[in-house]
Design a protein around this ligand. Structure first.
Ligand SMILES: *Cc1c(COP(=O)(O)O)cnc(C)c1O
Length: 366
């Protein structure tokens, strides 16, 4: 199968092999060495000198962790959202008692940094801003550098979901002055689901000290103090640590700038290929993501039949639309362990599938 969804993403054979190792004592010396190594390698790829915590959980767990560790009930929070994951972040903060102002942007377009600036001017009591760097539900990458510039100019906390960007799209944590940044192992990192990474700035840690939302499993203070002795507070996903150790070596060998360039190239190839077939892109191309491409389901085409044919006849698995986009778009993931041949395969499969589901591709029509 050519698994072309925006996570879980395929894993290299070396990574899969590394997971077949026996369990070890997670409170022993060998694990302490692994966690130290993995953390150091993550810092290189996050481009940060700050702490990177590794939690056992999915990306959503790390989003919840970011909220409960940096906010208090009643805190005023601005959510800048242009999709399903941005909305999820806002809903989580509300669930734990924050007072959330929702600044919404149309699905398929980007968060406007000037609108964030205005919202922060209008309500100086806002303490933190929640923003999604790469909105996986719509295939849009936000201009995070400009957004965090605005947030920090106002002296607020920048809480960033970088789950589907960091490790494949440029996101220098220190340079862009992020305060809290969350990621998940099954996206850019070429390993199975199970681990979530969180980077924190000094302002981020100050917020942790002041935050009063209830937390136990996700407590960053416990995670940091355990890390000093080469441990995690609770039993970690040991096999995913093995996998991450191997995958990070592969990533550092390829080099971050080469990885970013590869994603840029494959995303362009995907967009151009899709358009050449006569299909329309969902997202504004000026802010189109380099990790996921959202494509409109053409008029008269049954989205289930489209994805079903791709899967059953051509062994290509794509994602559907989420929430309000269900049935309206399909999404092609191109992040992590992906190369030209994978994208060519998707485009060929689409070309063959479209006439079978009642759409004549432009290339065939011509
Ligand atoms: C995948 C994803 C999530 C959710 O992560 P899970 O691991 O599925 O919990 C959140 N935000 C973004 C931007 C994502 O791409």
């Amino acid at each position: 199968m050519n698994l072309r969804i925006p996570g879980p993403t395929p894993c290299p054979p070396e990574v899969l092999a590394s997971m077949s190792k026996q369990m070890i004592n997670h409170r022993g010396g060998e694990f302490a060495q692994i966690i130290a190594r993995v953390t150091e390698k993550l810092q290189k790829l996050f481009l940060t000198k700050e702490d990177v915590l590794i939690l056992t959980g999915s990306g959503t767990g790390s989003m919840e962790a970011a909220i409960v560790n940096t906010l208090s009930p009643g805190d005023r929070v601005l959510s800048a959202s242009n999709g399903v994951f941005g909305d999820r972040f806002a809903q989580m903060a509300e669930t734990f008692g924050a007072q959330v102002t929702r600044l919404k942007f149309p699905f398929g377009s980007a968060v406007d940094p000037q609108a964030v600036d205005k919202a922060l001017k209008d309500d100086p009591s806002i303490k933190a801003v929640l923003v999604t760097h790469n909105e996986t539900s719509t295939g849009v990458t936000n201009d995070l550098a400009s957004i965090t510039e605005v947030i920090k100019r106002h002296g607020k906390l920048a809480v960033v979901d970088g789950i589907s960007s960091i490790g494949s799209i440029a996101l220098p944590f220190d340079k862009w002055k992020c305060d809290v940044l969350v990621s998940g192992s099954q996206k850019s990192w070429m390993v199975p689901p199970g681990l979530a990474m969180v980077a924190l700035s000094s302002d981020g840690w100050k917020a942790v000290e002041a935050a009063k939302m209830p937390r136990f499993y996700w407590d960053f203070t416990r995670a940091k103090s355990s890390m000093k002795s080469g441990q995690t507070p609770w039993t970690p996903a040991v096999s995913i640590f093995y996998a991450l150790d191997t995958a990070l070596d592969m990533m550092l060998k390829e080099g971050l700038s080469n990885i970013i360039a590869r994603h840029e190239r494959l995303a362009r190839m995907t967009r151009e290929g899709v358009k050449a077939l006569g299909l329309s892109l969902f997202a504004d191309e000026a802010c189109a993501s380099n990790t996921v491409t959202a494509v409109k389901v053409p008029e008269g085409v049954d989205p289930k039949k489209l994805s079903g044919t791709l899967r059953e006849e051509y062994k290509v698995v794509v994602s559907g639309g989420q929430g309000p986009l269900d049935g309206k778009i399909f999404r092609i993931g191109h992040l992590g362990y992906v190369n030209d041949a994978d994208i060519e395969d998707v485009l060929n499969a689409l070309k063959a599938t479209l006439p079978k589901v009642g759409f004549t591709p432009a290339a065939v029509r011509a």
